[in-house]
Write a protein that binds this ligand. Structure first.
Ligand code: ZN
Length: 136
C-alpha cells in the first residue's frame, strides 16, 4: 500500500496503481504497428513496406502511406493492423527487420489514451506522441 500511495502522490499514470490487472485476452481487440519515417528515410520506409506486404501477406491490414504527421504521430507513418494472434509473428519479424526505422506498437483496447501513452512498445527510438490529438 505504501507503494500505491507514493505513485499517487507523484502523479504517475493511474494504470500503475491498478488493483485488478487487465486481462490481455479480453481487453486487447487488435494491435497497431506504426512505422515512422521522414523525407530522409522515406525510401527505406517504402522498401520495408513492400517487404512486409510480401513476407507477412494475409496476416495484417496495411494502412495508407502518410507523408505528413497524422493524429498523435509526430512523424510521417504507415500503419499495420493485426489480430492479437498475429502479435508474435508480426512483431518478431519487425524486430529483426525494421533496420534504422523506428516503429511504434500499441494495443487497441477501450482506452485510446492508455493504449498510446502507457502501453506503447517501441522498436528503435521512442518519440513523443501528440496525445491531445486523441481527444478529437
Ligand atoms: Zn494506432
Amino acid at each position: 500500500m505504501a507503494a500505491i500511495a507514493r505513485y499517487r502522490s507523484t502523479g504517475r499514470a493511474a494504470t500503475m496503481v491498478r488493483m485488478q490487472p487487465l486481462n490481455p485476452a479480453t481487453a486487447i481487440g487488435s494491435w497497431h504497428a506504426h512505422v515512422y519515417f521522414d523525407a530522409a528515410t522515406r525510401d527505406a520506409a517504402w522498401a520495408l513496406r513492400e517487404q512486409v506486404a510480401r513476407e507477412l501477406a494475409g496476416r495484417f491490414e496495411m494502412g495508407r502511406f502518410h507523408e505528413q504527421p497524422v493524429g498523435p504521430h509526430p512523424m510521417w507513418s504507415y500503419q499495420l493492423a493485426f489480430a492479437p494472434e498475429q502479435f508474435a509473428s508480426i512483431v518478431g519479424w519487425l524486430a529483426l527487420n525494421h533496420g534504422a526505422l523506428d516503429v511504434f506498437i500499441h494495443p487497441n483496447t477501450d482506452d485510446a489514451l492508455r493504449d498510446h501513452r502507457d502501453s506503447a512498445l517501441w522498436l528503435g527510438r521512442s518519440h513523443t506522441l501528440i496525445l491531445g490529438a486523441l481527444d478529437a
